[in-house]
Design a protein. Sequence first.
Length: 174
Amino acid sequence: MKNIKYLSVLLVLGLLFVSCEKQPQESEWEKYYGYTNAEIVGSYSFSNVVDAFDGLTEGAYCHICPDAKIDIVGWLGSNIVQFNVNCPSNEFNRTFEGRPRLTDDDFLINMKYPSSHPHPDYELTAYVYKNKRGNIRLHGFARHITYETHVDTNNNTVYQVTAKVNYYFDVIKN
């Protein structure tokens, strides 16, 4: 009889834990796998997500762009898009052109400029998110890459230094 009482108490507690499980909020964002070009085409502005830039510290190589404006233009019948990143407060404006996805089930946008060059001057990486309301959000950065050649006269060596300056954005489709 004692075992039945304990079992009943455990079942009631189990039901309480299951019924108290946190339900996802409409505003919560999930990575959007398999997005199409038609879904990401449009104009974007700041997402107002509170923790959008958590973990980032502004400096010479890290710029936060809460004023970022993104415009993505697609061509009908083409898998190519034009992706423009404009960060007015950091005087950064760059347009990328190409295929945004590396694979069909990807949630990332990856582009570089110039697109055919093995050592690009600019790169773009953005996570594509979607919420329960169907809103599209992009979180990522555009990167300016500089290559400098230095000569060490003491050792008679030539070496290349790469500097990567990131411009972070978090935007939602208007």
